[in-house]
Write a protein that binds this ligand. Sequence first.
Ligand code: ZN
Length: 399
Amino acid sequence: MKRFNGFRKARLVSMDKFPFFRTMLARLQFFECHQVKTVAIDKHSRVYVNVVFWETLTLEEQAAVIVHELQHVFRKHFARALGLSLDKTAMNICMDCEINDSPMLRKMLPKNGAFPGNYGWDAGLMFEEYAQLWRKNPPQEPEDPQVGSGDCGSGATGQPEDYELPSPADGGPGLDETQTEISITQTAKDIQQHVQEHGRGRISASLVEHAKAILAPPKISWQSQLRAFARNAAERVRGQGDYSYSQRSRFQPMGCGVVYPGGITPIPEVSILVDTSASMGTSDLEKLLPEAQECLRVSAGSSGKVCICDTKVHSLKTITNVRDIPLVGRGGTDLRVGFEAISKLRPRPDILVVFTDGGTSWPKEALRGTRTIVALCGRWKESPDSVPSWCKVVDIPNN
Ligand SMILES: [Zn+2]
């Protein structure tokens, strides 16, 4: 496929009008392709141009078309499209409405592009919401599709087209998945910086929201975090396995008179310390503890003793089901007494999970041989920074 070079002036205009898209604009590669009706893109940032159509556009329209196409990749339409039950053209039009709903693009794009108002829809929605509106009440599709109205390639729809070049993994040009991610993240940062320095101005709200979502830290549930910490601690304990003659080796040769010692993998002892001071809500604990116990059972194995403590230890015993725990206490908080009681247990727990709001004094150091996980919970919970550095912290959000 022949490279297309007639894009340079238009790209300069795009960089000038949309400086926050410079990273992505610089990485686009253009190819002449008569199989596309207008202009299309794939997820490797390769733009396929119908040259006859291209030459009917003004320079400003060409610049807007490039910015339109790259936003299919920036907004990851190719991934968001998967599993959506709507035909390809309709889905593409809904995506175009999400992109074109920007004051600047609206001004620059060819007038017969896809805009939410053309279909009687409100502005500012996500493409999935437009898709829902389409399904409820399908509008008439335009007879003469223009750019940004239903033919933007697999970078939008996620469905590969026959004309596409081989992927970078197969030796084709363009950006691979990692390079695309890097370029999308950089663009999201540039959008945020632009908004901080110049205000939102003519950038659409959905674009700013999208940039924010890309840069937001991934959400990990407290249950996953607790499972991961417990699994990690348990693996360390199991890694301290030993050899014993009480267990015959799996590699004992047949008929051999000598008994080989077998490997013993210790099962970690997991204990729980529950802060029942007045600042902790019992209803929260009643809900959290069974879930937490299930996480620990799955990831670490055996459960040990449960200690109920405010300023004194009210109960310290083995409990199979945490629903049976009497949540008594309701005084002030000093979990150091709970830690001290647990330090006297034999065997001492390998893993200790502490449920508290953190409003307590802490022991100066960890119990020897015990890995401590603090599950910070409750309406008045302290900041995770207040927990000693020898603990792993799971910050449980309030409902
Ligand atoms: Zn499009």
